[in-house]
Design a protein around this ligand. Sequence first.
Ligand SMILES: Cc1ncc(COP(=O)(O)O)c(C=O)c1O
Length: 373
Amino acid sequence: MVVGVHRPTQLVIDRQALRENIHTAVTRLATGCELFMVVKANGYGHGATQVAQVAKDAGATGFCVAILDEALELRAAGFNEPILVLGVSDPADAPLMANQRISATVADQAWLTDAVAYLDLAKPAAPLQVHLGLDTGMGRIGFKTPATLQAAVAYLNQQATLNFEGIFTHFSTADSPDDTYFKQQVATWKQLTGALTQLPRYVHVSNSATSLWHAECNINVVRFGVAGYGLNPSGTAVKEPYPLQPALSLVSELVHVKQVAAGESVGYGATYTVSQSEWVGTVPIGYADGYERRLQGFHVLVNGQPCEIIGRICMDQLMVRLPTKYQRGTKVTLVGQDGDETISLQDVADYCGTIHYEIACGFTSRIPRVYRH
Ligand SMILES: Cc1ncc(COP(=O)(O)O)c(C=O)c1O
């Protein structure tokens, strides 16, 4: 998708905020525990390689991504740190991953045997680094029984083309005030890993929520994602133990301002009809940018003043009711702070009935990412 550098709509990423969030997390870790920054989905919309660089400067020693292409993007950008692909890759790509020193998540034994067939044929320069995923209650991917896990480890240890580099699980309720299910997952994790006589170099269970609220569970790596971007993993359910600084703002400008007469309508479907004459501004952003149609009726800040979004949000533009006549070029803040007013990603997510994760990574590549500090 083309990047819209000729319109005033921009995602502004505050590198200093990222740096402080990540550095604070690193300093809270026990000695010997590393932080791998999770930069999947284009760094949760913030820009993968730019976030990776800040994270590295702040003390991250590795990265996690969701898919192989995201790992290759980091390698192509020159990052030599360990990179773990958290999703299940294609076994046919095992030789590529081995050659690029990209670690694979493995969720079942059949994957290993398929990968070995490809590795035996391609003879990569190094073994494939394998992290075994354990399903302790997330219900997504991973080994579920001691027997299948033991068999996989035994097989791994016999293969010269594989190296047992890591083992991990993922908690589904670490961000909840109720830790009942979390404790069950911890118990299952202990039962599964307790069945092994040998543990690999990297043993990890912590996402942001676990490392914020259950730090005693951290082992020797945390997979740190959303909190690094300055967002509370729980939304508002649990208070963060230290201040997180949101790194992302979304700004634009009024590109057109007009007075609309009583009885006239605004937007597709004529869903909003003006009852008495009002000033209306047009902002060049729409659902093709990831600014969702569901945000009709929400507000943006125009010159620091909350202004309601009126009428349906279009693919590329939206309209707002202005308190008074403003000049074309007046600043519009869709996410972020202007003066005393702030619109957080959480506010946007709440209005949409979703989570801030979805809003942040939903901003499309048509919006340029601009980096400050
Ligand atoms: C396996 C795994 N680990 C870590 C993370 C990072 O989670 P968070 O962004 O909540 O820190 C994710 C994100 O979805 C994940 O899927």
